[in-house]
Design a protein around this ligand. Structure first.
Ligand SMILES: Nc1ncnc2c1ncn2[C@@H]1O[C@H](COP(=O)(O)OP(=O)(O)OP(=O)(O)O)[C@@H](O)[C@H]1O
Ligand SMILES: [Mg+2]
Length: 387
């Protein structure tokens, strides 16, 4: 089925703002050269990403729009609409390729993540997520969920995979980049002597509901910025936005997930205020996968042999143990890093450690250094590695 069928269309009229632009701009290019593009050129753009295409209305100031593109479509390609292009009239609907799950009612700019067949839900997590889903279907208030755990253990991915499995769109808010309390809601704009309120995507999306909102790295936002979320996360689920002179009410079926690395080793983080922490009824403690599951993941994602995968995971677990329990190592090896090692191993074998794991550990202290200790663990599994 094609969502474009039987839908009114319009032809893009001459628009000087886009005349000199290329047909396509990558999100990466936009991120690196924001000053090259004018806000008007980015209106009504089409993003293609790896599961299809969606339209994106310019709902927010340019900086916020660019940030949202980076967060949601880091590898996306922006197609510039040129004079003569035919587009659908309703900007409220998303264009998805015919092979992808379709929702005619999705807000432009949101997307349904792709299900990752290699993602491993441990039994606890599976049980919790299906309970969360069942509770909401029984019309009970949806509990907010805080995912805590070490870096690179899969916290962000859990929210993506929950959205993918339930077929709901996801909005990822990169909390450290939310600088002002009102950034959640919108901003004022003056045009031709009048003042307009441009609603932010966050406010528009939560008011509509039926989505997963990921407040990623919540402990890296200032308490001041997070305070404005308090009323939206409690049972009232609403807040009055003074500048817009309107009430914002969270729509039905809105799932809030937040992620945090909690612990003294995480510099640049704020302690989660107890009033905010209290609003997360469910706290899921994420940890690294079991030896067996992590090895299987490495094999599936990189194509290395099970034997090599087992040895990589053994090294990682020795390092994690020294990091978490004895504190002798100040860094750890996350699943993310292991995946990189495995990927590189397929081409340069043991040398992969020299470019991934080893530089993470300090060489201060020579033979007594953290790096020497980790090298010992690696050579225990890969005796041919020389430095
Ligand atoms: N259970 C899992 N199954 C499959 N892949 C996983 C799992 N856990 C982690 N990964 C993989 O590990 C990598 C890191 O995951 P992710 O970014 O979700 O971690 P994180 O806990 O959010 O990290 P950070 O604390 O740095 O934000 C991703 O490539 C992810 O796919
Ligand atoms: Mg994360």
């Amino acid at each position: 089925m094609n969502t474009m069928q039987n839908r009114p269309t319009k032809t893009i009229r001459r628009n000087r703002a886009v005349e000199n632009l290329p047909e396509e701009i990558t999100v990466k290019e936009l991120q690196e050269n924001p000053e090259k593009y004018h806000a008007r050129q980015l209106r009504n753009i089409v993003i293609s990403y790896d599961i299809g295409e969606c339209t994106w209305r310019n709902l927010a100031p340019k900086t916020e729009l660019i940030q949202a593109l980076i967060d949601n479509f880091p590898g996306g390609v922006i197609k510039i609409r040129k004079p003569g292009d035919v587009v659908e009239k309703s900007k409220k609907e998303t264009e998805l390729s015919s092979t992808e799950p379709q929702s005619a009612d999705i807000i432009p700019g949101l997307f349904i993540p792709k299900e990752d067949a290699s993602f491993v839900f441990d039994n606890n997590l599976r049980e919790f997520l299906s309970a969360l889903r069942r509770m909401s279907q029984g019309k009970k208030d949806i509990m907010n969920t805080l995912l805590v755990g070490p870096q690179g253990c899969g916290k962000t991915s859990v929210a993506y995979q929950f959205a993918a499995k339930t077929g709901m769109p996801l909005l990822k808010m990169n909390c450290p980049l939310v600088r002002e309390p009102r950034d959640w809601f919108g901003s004022k704009r003056a045009e031709n002597g009048s003042v307009f309120w441009d609603k932010a995507l966050f406010a528009e999306a939560i008011a509509k509901g039926g989505l997963v909102v990921l407040l990623d790295e919540i402990t890296r936002a200032t308490p001041n910025v997070l305070n404005s979320l308090l009323p939206l996360l409690d049972w009232t689920r609403e807040s009055y936005i003074e500048e817009a002179k309107e009430k914002l009410k969270v729509g039905p079926q809105t799932y809030f997930f937040a992620t945090a690395n909690i612990g003294a080793q995480f510099t640049g983080t704020f302690k989660l205020d107890s009033a905010l922490a209290d609003r997360f009824g469910a706290i899921v403690e994420c940890s690294f996968l079991s030896e067996h599951d992590e090895s299987e993941l490495l094999v599936k994602r990189s194509g290395i042999s099970m034997d090599v995968a087992n040895r990589l995971v053994k090294i990682a677990n020795m390092v994690r143990n020294e990091n978490q329990n004895s504190g002798k190592l100040t860094e750890t090896i996350s699943t993310r890093v292991l995946l990189d090692v495995a990927q590189l191993y397929t081409t340069i074998k043991e040398s992969a450690f020299r470019f991934t794991v080893l530089p993470k550990f300090s060489s201060d202290g020579g033979l007594q250094s953290e790096r020497a200790q980790v090298l010992g663990f690696i050579q225990g599994q890969f005796p041919h590695l020389s430095i």
